[in-house]
Each structure stands twice: as C-alpha cells, then as structure tokens.
Write a protein that binds this ligand. Structure first.
Ligand code: HEM
Length: 404
C-alpha cells in the first residue's frame, strides 16, 4: 500500500489503488478509525465496520437518500426536461419512498422471478453456444455483461435489441459519468427521451403487460404518477438492474477463473452454487451507496454537518472480521453469511431475488458447458470502481467444453 496516502483523512475511491484492492484499505481503516473522512470529490465520510454501516442504513431520519451517488450532483437532484425525476424509491425518503417501493415489490417477488428463470437460462445457453466454440473469450464482455440488460429489457417491455444501448447508458451514468458530469447529464437526457417515447406508447395502447405499462397506469391518492416520477423509476430499474448484476456475475466468474479448486468443486457439486453466490456477493460486493446527513450532529465521535455525504460501504462491512470468520477468504460453502451486499433497512435492494437468480443461473450454465477455464496469463483484468465495483474485462482460455 502507498506510503504517501493517509487513508483515514484523504481516501480517494476513484484511485487505482482503491479500485483494485480496497480490502487492505478497509482493514486499515477499521482498525484506525471506524469512520474515515476525505475532502476529495466534494468530501465524504466512510464508515467501514459492519455495525456502523448497518446502523446508519437503519437511521433514515438522520441520513437521507436525497442524493445516493457517491459524488455531488452537477445538477439539481432529480431535475430534468420532464420535471423532477427522482429515482424512486432509491433516491427519496418517506413518505414517497414507502409507496413507490410498494409499487415495485410484486414485480420482484420470488414467484415473479421464478417465471423469468426459464427465459434467463435459455438466454445464457445461447450466449454459451458462441463462447464454447472458441479457444479464448472475454467473459465479462461476452457473457456477464449480456445477461442483466436482456432480462431487464424484457421486464420493462422494451426491445431486447436495445441491450447494448442500455449498457452504454448505464456505464455512462455509473462509471464514466461519475467523474464526468457533462456525460452524465447528456446520458440522462437521452435516457429520459427514450423512456418518454415508451410511456406515450403505453398511454395510447392502454397496455399494462410490462413494468413501464404498470407504472403508466398506476395511481397514488387517486392521481396517476407524474411523468417525471415514471421516468425516474424506469431509469433506476435500468441502472440498478444492469451494472450491479453484471458486476456480480463478473466477479464470480473472475474468481472461478483464478481459483481452480473452487471451480472444480462447483462443477462436481453444483448444489453448492447458491451458497457460492452468497459468498461471492459478500466477498466481492459491488455496490456502495451514499446518504446525506440531515442535521449537524456528533455521530460516533465524528463532527458531521447537515449536507455532508456518507458513503455506505456495504462492501467494507462484508469484510469485517467482527462479523465474518476469515473474512478475506472466499469460502463457497460458508455457513453463516448474513452479508449486506443488498444493503439494510428500508432501502434494501428490491431486486435481490432477481439478482440472485441471474447470478445462479449464469454460473450454472457457464460451468455446465465450460467446466474448465482459466484466466489468460497475459490477461489484464480491468475493474470499475466508485459506486459499483466489478471486472470489465476477463480474458480467459477455454480448456474443456461439454455438449455440441
Ligand atoms: C448483484 C446485484 C445487485 C446488488 C449488489 C444490489 C445492491 C443494492 C443495494 C446495496 C441497494 C441499497 C441502496 C441503498 O441503501 O441506498 C439496492 C437498492 C435497490 N436495488 Fe439493487 N442490487 C442488485 C441488483 C438489482 C436488480 C437486478 C434490481 C432491479 C432490476 C435492483 C433494484 C434495486 C432498487 C429498485 C433499489 C432501491 C430500493 C429502495 O430504495 O427501497 N437491484 N440494491
């Protein structure tokens, strides 16, 4: 680790060091001060222990979700050409949070997700058909990235041919866009124009057969949802559903490409895949969200001011030795694994059933077709970091293929 940086007071979540290996930094911070502070990127606080992160997540009255990106916005929160467009429920507090979240829950219930499994599996098999025929592949780009965009496009009821465009929009919002406000604003405008067209189509047809149609025809207190709210919710589903799960699938496959003992075990005992998915979620948690402090206060000894940003480091909480034995080891049949990769409290992930299903099916189908693969020795794996951490390239050599 660099000698130069005092991580307790000048951490930089966009630095190469933090993106590539945040684990040692979190260990160091947990020991030195459970809530670090930096002035970089507009300033923020960074809690790293499981107890403090989960406690803060359960105190929405102290910590608001008005701004959940990890850098200050370049524009007024929720603004846009179609009126305020909050990404509800993730970027709103009660009471709007309560009813917008309730609106989405049935679409992500275990039963609803079960119905999507057949389609997801068929799509993974199709992707594997082209990967299995080659000696080498980039399984982040050719596989992990291809799955969630297809699934969410189907749920929203938009053409699956849009999935590459979706991926670009998502990356421009959550990766490049975080440090490039102009790109972020341009992307939001394109996304909103696209979804507005879809909303108008559903209004004309009266269709409620997909998620956009449901939102268009939903009511609160007898009134239809404003356009801006529908746009914000559609944008959230796309953004929350794609990068996160792509990163989750990617980190899992990267692990299997670099840990042959775990790969062999999952090939021989596929019934362990669900518990391996939980362990991959814990050890390589993709998502860090932000909060804003509501009022000046002293919190865990830290002088917080109203409007200060907090980075909810769920990934750091998941490596806390106070809560997980041997936290830096990936133990694919770990028994006690109450990880918080999906957050905690009122904003806990609405899409967790869907994400788990996609990760499980993606790994099952990959190993069923390609049980032996490894990272190419000359491979340069690039990781995205900041808000959502995951590998963006995983060049592998394919050693054994099963089936046609
Ligand atoms: C591995 C994949 C995923 C991870 C790690 C993940 C993680 C998270 C986390 C940590 C939160 C809490 C945010 C906070 O506290 O501010 C969250 C919220 C949310 N996630 Fe996910 N997510 C994943 C996949 C998905 C998918 C597939 C969808 C839907 C398409 C989704 C939709 C949402 C929504 C709507 C919320 C907001 C819930 C609320 O504010 O009440 N997520 N997610």
């Amino acid at each position: 680790m660099s000698e130069m940086i005092d991580w307790t007071s000048e951490y930089d979540i966009f630095s190469k060091e933090y993106i590539e290996n945040p684990f040692e930094i979190w260990d160091d911070l947990r020991e030195q001060c459970p809530i670090a502070h930096t002035d970089k990127w507009g300033g923020s606080w960074l809690p790293t222990t499981y107890d403090i992160v989960t406690k803060m997540a359960r105190e929405p009255e102290k910590f608001s979700s008005r701004e959940i990106i990890v850098v200050p916005p370049a524009e007024a929160a929720g603004s846009g050409a179609y009126g305020p467009a909050p990404a509800a429920p993730i970027s709103v507090d009660a009471p709007v949070h309560t009813w917008t979240r309730r609106q989405l829950l049935p679409d992500f219930s275990p039963k609803a997700v079960d119905e999507l499994e057949v389609f997801t599996r068929a799509w993974c098999r199709e992707l594997m058909d082209s990967i299995a025929g080659k000696p080498e592949a980039d399984i982040a780009v050719e596989y992990a990235q291809q799955i969630p965009a297809q699934v969410i496009a189907t749920m929203l009821g938009v053409p699956t041919t849009m999935k590459d465009q979706f991926t670009t929009w998502v990356r421009n919002s959550l990766e490049a866009g975080l440090t490039n406000p102009e790109l972020r604003i341009k992307t939001r405008r394109e996304l909103q124009d696209f979804f507005m067209g879809e909303i108008i189509k559903r209004r004309e047809s009266g269709s409620t057969s997909d998620l956009i149609g449901e939102l268009v025809h939903a009511e609160h207190d007898g009134e239809p949802y404003p356009d801006g709210l529908i746009l914000g919710m559609c944008g959230l589903l796309l953004i929350a559903g794609v990068d996160t799960t792509w990163s989750g699938i990617g980190s899992s496959l990267w692990h299997l490409a670099t840990h042959p003992e775990d790969r062999i075990r999952l090939v021989q005992e596929p019934e362990l895949i669900p518990s391996a998915v939980e362990e991959f979620l814990r050890a390589y948690s993709p998502v860090t969200m932000a909060r804003l402090v509501n009022e000046d206060m002293e919190y865990e000894g830290c002088p917080m001011k109203a409007g200060d940003r907090i980075l909810m480091a769920f990934p750091a909480a998941n490596r806390d030795p106070e809560h997980f034995e041997r936290p830096d080891e990936v133990i694919i049949d770990r028994e006690h694994n109450r990880h918080v990769a999906f957050g905690a409290g009122i904003h806990r992930c609405v899409g967790s059933n869907l994400a788990r299903m996609e990760m499980r099916v993606a790994i099952e189908e990959f190993l069923a077709r390609v049980p032996e693969f490894e990272l190419r020795e000359d491979a340069e794996v690039t990781w995205a970091g900041g808000q959502v951490r995951g590998p963006r390239t995983i060049p592998v050599r394919i050693n054994t293929v099963i089936g046609h």
